[in-house]
Design a protein around this ligand. Structure first.
Ligand code: PGA
Length: 238
């Protein structure tokens, strides 16, 4: 069964809407990632889906204004975390070093981590090989010094930046080629087999074309995860 992840980002506006969306998309094989403050409310609604966070702070507790730590998430029943989403890298200045610390903290403390990688439009214009070397560099920096034994709980999300939220997805063929490249890269560098999911304008109409590729182990879904019928159609395609 392929993994389908709902990344709600900063949506919806109210807990009432969040509870409605969660109850209508609660199904096995799915991870729901709401904004932090909805997590305690949503937890009892989920009977089949897993609960995830869109970010995770590496320290335990302490003087870190505004941060939500791995311990807070653990105490709220969260078992998954997205790490290094491109929107955090772009708008909040998240660096490879920060991403590395978050992966270390998440995996050491028993979370399943979804590490996001992907190239900009500018890089992709130079060709798929340029995209591959950019992604390989992101992977090595994110996983620097992390014990290979911990990587059994890591999933990579390949999300080309130009495909996120644009309605302009990658082709299933090049997404599959990148997924395969990520797998081979991590087999060579860390001797691990890591699942790779695709994200970037996945919707009910195109999901199957991605999920049918053996190299693509699932989808990270943003916009379409906010519409229960669309999201359920994507999950059904998996
Ligand atoms: P999108 O977002 O499905 O709206 O393109 C994907 C993501 O950012 O994870």
């Amino acid at each position: 069964m392929k993994l389908i992840v709902a990344n709600w980002k900063a949506n919806p506006a109210t807990l009432e809407e969040a509870l409605d969306l969660a109850s209508r998309t609660d199904r096995a094989g799915v991870v729901i990632m709401p904004p932090f403050h909805f997590i305690p409310g949503i937890r009892p609604v989920l009977k089949s889906a897993s609960l995830g966070a869109q970010d995770i702070f590496w320290e335990d507790l302490g003087a870190y204004t505004g941060e939500i730590s791995w311990r807070h998430l653990q105490n709220c029943g969260v078992t998954w975390a997205i790490i290094g989403h491109s929107e955090r890298r772009k708008y909040l200045g998240e660096t490879d070093e920060m991403v590395n610390k978050k992966i270390q903290a998440a995996l050491t403390n028993g979370f399943k981590g979804i590490l996001c990688v992907g190239e900009s439009a500018e890089i992709r214009k130079s060709g798929l090989n340029a995209a591959k070397s950019f992604v390989a560099d992101q992977l090595q920096k994110a996983l620097l010094g992390i014990d290979s034994k911990l990587l059994s709980n890591l999933i990579i999300a390949y999300e080309p930046l130009w495909a996120i939220g644009t309605g302009n997805p990658d082709t299933p063929e090049s997404a599959a080629a990148m997924a395969q490249f990520v797998k081979l890269t991590l087999q060579a560098s860390h001797q691990v087999n890591v699942p790779v999911i695709y994200g970037g304008s996945v919707n009910a109409a195109n999901a199957k074309s991605f999920l049918d590729h053996p190299a693509i182990d699932g989808a990270l879904v943003g916009g379409a995860s906010l519409k229960a019928d669309d999201f359920n159609a994507i999950a059904a395609a998996a």
